[in-house]
Design a protein around this ligand. Structure first.
Ligand code: FAD
Length: 370
């Protein structure tokens, strides 16, 4: 008999929920994590009593009742509602695009009908574009010139690191426009931030389970494979196969976390988007506002969107034709791996919100006798 039923590679949300559920079923689990902490990208670190979302702002939101109930075992969520603000050349606009945004963009717009008319007029300029060839054409067609130029263009160019005319149109499928005065970014009935941060969720999920931190599974792959019946792998898909078919591309984000001692309130809101291309960062996050903090100090994080390279963190898959085709080839290889399951945002090469990750794990065949 091998030492473990499961080795779980990665102590992020996917791996930790899986390990917890497997352990509940009496399985012997070992979690191997290459970072020096648990929690994956959801990890929060405490600085001057403020929970800092170390790998970017994480707001839990869901329409899935089962997932919402499940999470209550591990934390209590507060009543935070995500209402970002856009700063374009010193003028502030509410996001997502709603009546507050429209009234600020066009002071003569008072009613939803006024706003619809104004947007329709601007969209009409681009009605002749049947098949937008790039993000610029798509943005103009969907939102009209003012919304596109002030709130979409510069932000997207920074996110993708190229001019809007070179960004493929598919990255902007929809531009949700809301004709009510509603600044709530999400439509889900459940939303909040865990009071006390995310890391405690992982401490509870992994309570009583053996975890090895600072250990890259792939550098000792054969040794580990010999120790367990099955492996759940949540690391990068191409890395498992030694990149033998080529590398899957990502965008990464560089976070510049700054502790500001004696500054009680830097920007008055958790999330500020900077939508002008001339400002180098995409967002400034002020973490204390996620938990309505009253500390005498504050911590802000400047976010810079950058090209991913070996050694930086892979954040957002670039789902263009080349990468999607490559991912499919790797996924075909993955189906041939015996007793290995590939799960989570890196191993599936797709963007996953947290609630979708939890739902996926709870339905995992190995946890459901399949
Ligand atoms: P991860 O959290 O990345 O965990 C994978 C773990 O595997 C990592 O800890 C990694 O170090 C480890 N690992 C990889 N390779 C190896 C190896 N070879 N050996 C050992 N360990 C390894 N979702 C929301 O619902 N709301 C949000 O507001 C939100 N904001 C986000 C903001 C940003 C900037 C990003 C990037 C994502 C955001 N998400 C958000 C998505 C959320 O982060 C993911 O749903 C979640 O982290 C996915 O969990 P995971 O376990 O699949 O991946």
């Amino acid at each position: 008999m091998k030492q473990y039923d499961y080795i779980i590679v990665g102590a992020g949300l996917y791996g930790s929920v899986f390990a917890h559920e497997a352990a509940q079923q009496g399985k012997r689990c070992l979690v191997v994590e290459k970072r020096d902490h648990i929690g994956g990208n959801c990890y929060t670190r405490r600085m001057n009593d403020i929970n800092v979302h170390w790998y970017g702002a994480h707001i839990f939101h869901t329409s899935d009742e089962r997932v919402w109930q499940y999470m209550q075992q591990f934390c209590q969520f507060n009543h935070y509602v995500n209402s970002p603000i856009a700063n374009y050349r010193g003028t502030l606009y509410n996001l997502p695009f709603n009546m507050n945004t429209f009234c600020k963009l066009w002071p003569d717009v008072i009613t939803p009908d006024d706003a619809r008319r104004r947007i329709a007029e601007q969209q009409a300029e681009y009605a002749s574009i049947a098949e937008p060839r790039n993000l610029e054409e798509q943005g103009m067609k969907l939102g009209g010139r003012d919304i596109y130029e002030r709130l979409v263009k510069g932000y997207s160019e920074k996110q993708w690191g190229m001019p809007a005319t070179e960004i493929p149109a598919f990255v902007l499928r929809r531009l949700p426009l809301r004709f009510t005065f509603d600044n709530n970014y999400f439509n889900d009935p459940h939303q909040g931030i865990p009071i006390g941060g995310y890391t405690q969720i992982f401490e509870r999920l992994l309570d009583g389970i053996e975890v090895r931190l600072g250990e890259d599974f792939l550098t000792k792959k054969e040794e580990y494979l010999a120790m367990a019946d099955k492996v759940l792998y949540t690391g990068p898909l191409d890395a498992w196969f030694g990149y033998k078919l080529g590398k899957l591309e990502f965008r990464t984000v560089r976070f510049d976390h700054q502790l500001m001692e004696g500054v009680e309130n830097f920007q008055g809101n958790a999330v500020f988007n900077y939508t002008d291309a001339a400002v180098p960062y995409t967002r400034i996050i002020e973490h204390k506002h996620f938990e309505f903090g009253k500390q005498p100090d504050t911590v802000v994080s400047y976010e810079y969107s950058e090209q991913w390279h070996e050694g930086s963190e892979p954040y957002y898959p670039i789902n263009n034709d080349r990468n999607n085709a490559l991912a499919e080839q790797y996924k075909a290889l993955a189906t041939e791996e015996k007793n290995v399951s590939f799960g989570g945002r890196l191993a599936e090469y797709k963007y996953y919100d947290m609630d979708k990750v939890v739902a996926e794990v709870l339905n995992h065949p190995w946890l459901n006798n399949k």
